[in-house]
Ligand binder design. Structure first.
Ligand code: ADP
Ligand code: MG
Length: 155
């Protein structure tokens, strides 16, 4: 588990970039943290680490799932903020969309049964420009499993 305090949006993005450069197809990154904690900033870095142009990454306004191509792996970026009914999360079919890419989910708090083999990123406010980040890697990453999509989870 990695714990770090960042002092700017760029520093948070740099942490995302470092993680992004290590990811493999099928990996899932679950992001937890309040509004403004820096989840999207982190995902922007993640995109960069995957070779996707970071300027493409924004907070999805109307689309819940955004797809960014052009990098080493496709990045699927999900923001569950506006989803209130857990059944809507089921309908997204998140289990199916990640095999060839990386899935990053903001507001993972809304998942009823987050899978245990995802990478967990927690971001907390620690002052106006300070954020405490905790990055927890699973013991057995999804991308190393023979079947990356077990049936009984939201994703
Ligand atoms: P979220 O997606 O969690 O709602 P965003 O990444 O969209 O958050 O926004 C984070 C906001 O906080 C931005 O306006 C950013 O400039 C600001 N900010 C200030 N300090 C930091 C920091 N250390 N890390 C990330 N964002 C920061
Ligand atoms: Mg966001």
């Amino acid at each position: 588990m990695k714990q770090i305090t960042t002092h700017s949006e760029a520093e948070t993005a740099a942490e995302g970039r470092a993680l992004g450069s290590t990811l493999s197809a099928g990996d899932v990154v679950l992001l937890y943290g309040d509004l403004g904690a820096g989840k999207t900033a982190f995902v922007r870095g993640l995109a960069e680490g995957l070779g996707v142009h970071p300027a493409e990454v924004s907070s999805p306004t109307f689309t819940i799932v955004q797809e960014y191509r052009g990098g080493r792996l496709t990045l699927f970026h999900v923001d569950l903020y506006r989803l209130n009914d857990p059944r809507e999360v089921d309908d997204l079919g998140l289990d199916e969309i990640t095999a060839d890419g990386v899935l990053a989910i903001e507001w993972a708090e809304k998942l009823r049964s987050p899978r245990g083999d995802a990478i967990i990123v927690r971001l907390e406010h620690a002052g106006p420009d300070a954020r405490n980040l905790t990055i927890q890697l699973p013991d057995y990453p999804i991308s190393q499993l023979p079947n990356p999509h077990p049936p009984h989870s939201d994703l």
